[in-house]
Write a protein that binds this ligand. Structure first.
Ligand SMILES: NC(=O)c1ncn([C@@H]2O[C@H](COP(=O)(O)O)[C@@H](O)[C@H]2O)c1NC=O
Length: 529
């Protein structure tokens, strides 16, 4: 009779799974709380003590850590020496293990006392997972409630294949790796022993970054290639991505996503999240070439696309409202070839229309992200440098005009203020050095990724033409010389927002006063490299 050992903290779906195992002929073995749960459900399970000959002891620290368990999991019954050793020591094979672990991460997140958190480090569970997973040729290892139905279905249909058990083993090792990474991260965040004196601890700001860093990402899949066709690439996701994250987006239509699509979609997602009113952003190479905010979602799209329709060819478009038939009609009528369209959702008729657009039929990737506008936890951006890794909090702080100071004689009008806020939200998402011109909450010119701010101002001016007249300018960092302010004012914009902080700020302010331009300092730089 095959034997299954069940030991789970999360008892969701357990009785049905165990009943299914019993039905296909498994003998059920179980630990304390799990056993009680099964017996209460009227299932014929036996306690682990009957297998080990030992009571569960040391406050549950030792329950399953026994050769009768680990020999039963690790023993290779196909090897005569193993079979003989098992027989000699009365070790019977265990064929299936179902374990989910103590809730360490949840406990650690609560910031409970150290001793209490340490008790939530599961030792026996991961040990069984590892033993079973190593012996996947014979043993099946079940680590998550999500797997119950699939495993049962296969057992009922004749059994698990070696490939199935290998997949389960891979999931088990990913589970223990992520569990251990969480434990290592928690330890790394504890105050260093030399810093525990009250004086030192009070003086020092704790770092938000751990001393040792072992992040775990799960492979979503290989990508056709990376930024260029000769670069192999893959997409990895967090083990539980947030509902607002790119990883949570569902592709409803179109070709597979490329590496560059994912990068651009991530940039589009970040920009569109800046706006509360209906808005649309059109991006190329992670930079917005069009963006607009308007009370009417169709107008927002049309004004965004009109910002730079030439650059919009092959773009990524993001909107922060569900795409309905009317918006889909406007998009179909206006947009040419587009790589991808990201929205919080698509109405059925809108989807039908978009997917029938001749140039979009096969190719355009329609991405639905219902949680697009939901709040996000602070995200750590990771970037490899040769021999290491740079970590920083993503620049996700909301633009906050209450922190701004007007430095010029002229104060901005209400309309200019609305444009300045819009300009600041957009310029955050342009590669540095970045300058943008905005008119009536429409991006009319962007200069990005230049080595000189003056060049960015000129490029943006060329894009804007006379549309900058009476509009506003956003700059991601201070103007080091007054020439930048002179160049911006020459376009006809009447208000500028920039962080300030240059030692020649007074010259820039004097230049703005000379041109009759209102200039506000935000006190916050938004470099993007
Ligand atoms: N100490 C052990 O030998 C041990 N064996 C299994 N566990 C864990 O005990 C939990 C189940 O406990 P119970 O069946 O008593 O509710 C599972 O999450 C399992 O991973 C153990 N607990 C901690 O290490």
């Amino acid at each position: 009779m095959p034997r299954a050992l069940l030991s789970v903290t999360d008892k969701t779906g357990l009785s049905a799974f165990a009943a299914g195992l019993a039905e296909v002929g498994y003998e059920l073995i179980s630990t304390g709380g799990t056993l009680k749960h099964l017996q209460d459900a009227g299932l014929p399970a036996i306690g682990i003590e009957q297998v080990t000959g030992f009571p569960e002891m040391l406050d549950g620290r030792v329950k399953t850590l026994h050769p009768k368990v680990h020999g039963g999991l690790l023993g290779r019954t196909d090897l005569p020496e193993h079979a003989a050793a098992m027989a000699e020591h009365g070790i019977e094979p265990i064929d299936l293990v179902c374990v989910n672990l103590y809730r360490f991460e949840e406990t650690a997140a609560k910031g409970l006392p150290e001793a209490e958190t340490v008790e939530q480090i599961d030792i026996g569970g991961p040990s069984m997972l590892r033993s079973a997973a190593k012996n996947y040729e014979r043993v099946a290892v079940v680590t998550s409630v999500d797997q119950y139905d699939g495993v049962l279905a296969k057992l009922k249909a004749g059994g698990l294949s070696t490939g199935d058990r290998r997949d389960l083993a891979a999931a088990a090792f990913a589970t223990t790796a992520s569990y251990d990474a969480a434990i290592a991260g928690w330890f790394a965040d504890l105050p260093a022993s030399e810093d525990t004196s009250e004086a030192t601890a009070a003086d020092k700001e704790p770092s938000p970054f751990p001393n040792r860093f072992a992040p775990l990402f799960l492979k979503r899949g290989d990508l056709p290639y990376g930024e260029n066709p000769h670069q192999p690439a893959a997409f990895y996701t967090d083990s539980s991505p947030g509902p607002e994250s790119l990883a949570a987006a569902e592709q409803l239509h179109g070709k597979g996503l490329s590496y560059n699509n994912l990068l651009d979609l991530d940039a589009a997602r970040a920009l569109i999240r800046e706006f509360d009113a209906p808005a649309c952003a059109v991006l190329k190479h992670t930079n917005p070439c069009g963006c607009a905010e308007h009370e009417d979602a169709v107008a927002a799209f049309e004004r965004a696309y009109a910002g730079d329709p030439v650059s919009a060819f092959g773009s990524i478009i993001a909107v922060n409202r569900r795409v309905n038939r009317e918006l889909a009609e406007a998009i179909c009528a206006t947009a040419g070839f587009v790589e991808s369209l990201l929205a919080p959702g698509f109405d059925e008729d809108a989807l039908a229309l978009l997917t029938s657009k001749p140039v979009w039929k096969k190719n355009v990737r329609l991405m639905s992200l219902p949680g697009l506008l939901e709040p996000a936890e602070i995200m750590t951006d990771l970037r490899r440098v040769s021999g290491g890794l740079l970590a920083q909090h993503r620049d996700e702080a909301a633009v906050d005009p209450s922190m701004w100071e007007c430095k010029t004689e002229r104060q901005p009008t209400e309309a200019e203020r609305a444009d300045l806020i819009f300009a600041q939200r957009v310029v955050k998402h342009l590669k540095s050095n970045a300058i943008c011109y905005v008119n009536d909450r429409q991006l009319v010119g962007a200069g990005a990724g230049q080595m000189s701010r003056l060049d960015s101002a000129k490029i943006a001016a060329e894009k804007a033409g006379d549309r900058a007249q009476g509009g506003a300018c956003g700059s991601d960092a201070f103007f080091p010389f007054r020439d930048g302010v002179d160049a911006v004012a020459a376009t006809g914009v009447t208000a500028i927002v920039q962080p300030g902080g240059s030692k020649r700020d007074d010259e820039s302010v004097a230049a703005a006063n000379e041109h009759g331009v209102a200039m506000l300092f935000t006190g916050r730089r938004h470099f993007r490299h």
